[in-house]
Write a protein that binds this ligand. Structure first.
Ligand SMILES: [Zn+2]
Length: 411
């Protein structure tokens, strides 16, 4: 190859690679940087209010702050009760001039009890912030509010509607808010969920959660004077747990683990009743039916024939199954991060989130992406932290995602 040809092909290669990187939106980057100090202040304010899932008073205080902020951002705000949840849902809507419906959602309850925030209040050390719920998910709630503020400042209105949902009961399976999540999601083109990622990642799949309930009915009798007249439910339960310990499927990524066992309350009585509960995780919803059928067949084989054994699989939270449209949205997130000289990795998480209620595997709509919140780790523990260096990139990402999704398909 001659030198000139080599040079030309090098120039051609550079031109191609240049087109795959977009310019940084410096105006947006600077605007996001200006918001950071206020966002961190607000994070301290929210973290210092206890809002455990059963804490109606604390949840009410956080709800008031979130609703007020949404109103200030020009949203129509509705507060909706979510029985049996102690807290309420905060729903904000902003109307635009485009064709896409986009929802941003996250929970504002935490796993912590009353007094936790007073014991270990919000604290910043270096680039990390600490405190109950700092990453999961008060950081995510503020990324949503400040991204909306940036969108408003930019005068961007090319969406049809922007809907914000803050729910109060995610940490207890969203029993009171799941119907609303499904209902609102059915009208959306896109749903972004702001759970905390552990690094520069977004979540393209989460596991579903089910409980498996096993119960045994035997016959009570005095353990000292007439044990042979009893039918020991605890012994039969032990037999069943041994038989049912491999209900999971490594090939399908389904796990079933027996975690809670109860039997008997008096040492001198053969127990009449015994029960156990298993934690089940799956990425394929049909595994619920498969596990139920396998379990039904297995429990017929008893160690003590005169006992009654029943098993029931209860769907607690459907999976957000990995799908092509979410992968594509994650690729968009990566392209936007490249504008900042960074990359974003799509990951599948083993835990369950509200993305499972937003995503409908039958229609494939809306397109869902999770892990859009503030970067953090050690969630549900006293060491939970949020990475304050992620605030600016995550605000930039959210705003650019909203702009990109609004314009999708209308090139
Ligand atoms: Zn969470």
């Amino acid at each position: 190859m001659k030198k000139t040809t080599l040079m030309l092909s090098l120039i051609a290669a550079m031109a191609v690679s240049n087109t795959s990187f977009s310019q940084t939106d410096n105006g947006l980057l600077q605007a996001a940087q200006k918001k950071k100090a206020d966002l961190v202040n607000d994070l301290g304010r929210l973290v210092n209010i206890d809002s455990g899932t059963d804490d109606a008073k604390g949840l009410g205080q956080v709800e008031a702050v979130l609703a007020q902020r949404l109103k200030e951002l020009g949203a129509q705000v509705e507060i909706v009760a979510a029985p049996p949840a102690a807290g309420k849902m905060v729903i904000g809507t902003v109307a635009g001039s485009g064709s896409k419906n986009i929802m941003l959602m996250i929970h504002y309850d935490t796993v912590f009890g009353i007094g936790e925030a007073a014991r270990r209040p919000f604290k910043v050390s270096g680039n990390k912030a600490y405190g109950p719920g700092v990453a999961d998910a008060k950081g995510g709630a503020l990324i949503i509010l400040y991204a909306l503020d940036l969108i408003r400042e930019r005068g961007f209105r090319e969406f049809k509607t922007l809907t914000v949902l803050f729910n109060p009961d995610e940490e207890k399976s969203s029993l009171g808010s799941r119907d609303m999540i499904r209902k609102l999601s059915a009208d959306q083109d896109y749903v972004l969920v702001f759970e905390p990622p552990e690094a520069d990642r977004v979540t393209v799949g989460t596991n579903g959660i089910a409980y498996v309930y096993l119960s045994v009915k035997g016959l009570a009798s005095h353990a000292g004077s007439a044990p042979e007249a009893g039918r020991n439910a605890a012994v039969e339960l032990s037999n069943q747990i041994m038989q049912l310990k491999d209900l999971g499927s490594p090939a399908k990524g389904t796990t079933v683990n027996w975690t809670v066992i109860q039997a008997g309350d008096r040492v001198n009585i053969i127990p009449e009743k015994a029960s156990a509960t298993a934690d089940m995780r799956m990425s394929d919803l049909s595994e619920i039916e498969r596990v139920q059928q396998d379990a039904n067949r297995i429990v017929l084989k008893k160690f003590i024939p005169e006992t009654e054994v029943s098993v029931k699989v209860e769907n607690r939270r459907p999976p957000f199954s990995k799908n092509a449209a979410s992968d594509e949205l994650a690729a968009t997130a990566d392209r936007i991060y490249q504008e900042l000289g960074k990359n974003i990795q799509p990951v599948v998480m083993r835990y369950g989130t509200d993305a499972g209620f937003a995503y409908n595997p039958n229609t494939g709509k809306p397109v869902v992406l999770d892990g859009m919140g503030i970067v953090g780790d050690r969630i549900h523990s006293a060491d939970e932290w949020a990475d304050l260096d992620s605030v600016v990139p995550r605000l930039y990402l959210t705003v650019r995602m909203i702009e990109s999704m609004s314009k999708a398909g209308s090139k």
